[in-house]
Design a protein around this ligand. Structure first.
Ligand code: SF4
Length: 325
């Protein structure tokens, strides 16, 4: 089956410039050789600490940023080879839900116009049909019809995120990039918005690339999980496999620090030493070796590759090679 989205060896380096002549003195290696695929109707969660490159991946897929190298295919079409004008119709099928629903909604527009704007931009429907479709979308995301005449500031955080979701859904996308869509919301509202997103996924057959730092959220929504550290995927697999037995020491550390709903199921806490190194000068060998409690000599010089642990899980760690040889 052709995946909805496939990303191969994706790279994004940002130049570091200095001086009056803006001379390039280095590069921030925000994304450094990332590959994954998202099947139709699947939710792939990309998880990692702030600065690991996960949001940059989302922006590259939507062509809000141009990649340094690598390919992005959407339903088999190479997105990177399309001109801006050829990409435009495809953009309709690829939508985004932002972290901060307030900043992403135009404060001068009424809610109905905000949700209807993509329909207008893509010229999909006439005025009356557009209005009827927007009313349907309001009902779908649980907003009252009279809310169409209100401004964004008149809504609560959860309602604003519902507006953002309705706007993304307006043009019947196949994939939604959801960048930390609930992290700005109260915990009590997070579950409502997540449940809404999952209901809509089932109803419309949507695929999600769901970017989050919160493993509780990831466990709730993911079909598969990709764990990123310093611009690279260090572990990827099904939610069941990764949450049952994380293999990469970084994944283990993230999980050991995450609150568990059942306190009896507590994992042994792994405390990571030191800060995340700068992506402008990532460590040689395994990028995680400066913080890894299990690092040994080989880790400082040799880059581990992502290898199969099972049919459902891959990890990039020399320990797995040692264990399996
Ligand atoms: Fe730790 Fe070495 Fe595995 Fe990297 S390769 S995660 S440093 S044990």
């Amino acid at each position: 089956m052709t995946p909805t989205l496939a990303v191969t060896d994706l790279v994004k380096h940002f130049p570091i410039q200095k001086g009056l002549l803006a001379r390039e003195v280095g590069q921030v290696r925000a994304v450094d050789g990332v590959s994954f695929a998202v099947a139709p109707g699947e939710t792939l969660c990309v998880v990692g600490e702030s600065g690991c490159g996960k949001s940059t991946v989302g922006r590259l897929i939507l062509r809000l940023l141009e990649p340094t190298a690598g390919t992005i295919t959407f339903e088999g079409r190479d997105v990177g080879r399309l001109s801006r004008s050829d990409f435009r119709p495809l953009r309709q099928e690829l939508q985004i839900v932002f972290q901060d629903p307030y900043a992403s909604l135009n404060p001068r527009m009424r809610a109905g116009a905000i949700v209807g704007e993509p329909l207008e931009n893509f010229g999909t429907l006439g005025r009356a049909e557009r209005k009827a479709h927007v009313a349907e979308l309001f009902a779908k995301v649980g907003l009252p019809q009279d809310a169409m005449d209100r401004y964004a500031f008149e809504f609560s955080g959860g309602q604003r995120q519902r507006l953002g979701i309705a706007r993304a859904l307006a043009v019947a996308p196949k994939l939604i990039v959801a960048d930390e869509p609930v992290s700005a919301l109260d915990v009590s509202v997070q579950a409502q918005v997540l449940n809404l997103m999952m209901d809509l996924k089932a109803e419309f057959g949507l695929a999600y690339l769901f970017i989050s730092h919160d493993l509780g959220v990831v466990e709730h929504v993911a079909d598969r999980v990709a764990v990123m550290y310093l611009g690279q995927i260090v572990e990827i697999g099904t939610r069941a496999a990764i949450f049952a037995e994380p293999r990469h020491p970084y994944t283990k550390a993230l999980m050991s620090a995450a609150p568990r709903p059942d306190p009896r199921a507590k994992r042994e806490r792994i405390i990571l030493e030191g800060d995340v190194p700068s992506p402008a000068s990532p460590p040689a060998g395994c990028r995680f070796h400066t913080r890894c409690p299990f690092a040994f000599d080989r880790c400082r010089t040799e880059v581990p590759t992502l290898r199969d642990i099972s049919a459902d899980q891959k990890a990039a760690c020399h320990l797995d090679e040692v264990g399996s040889s």
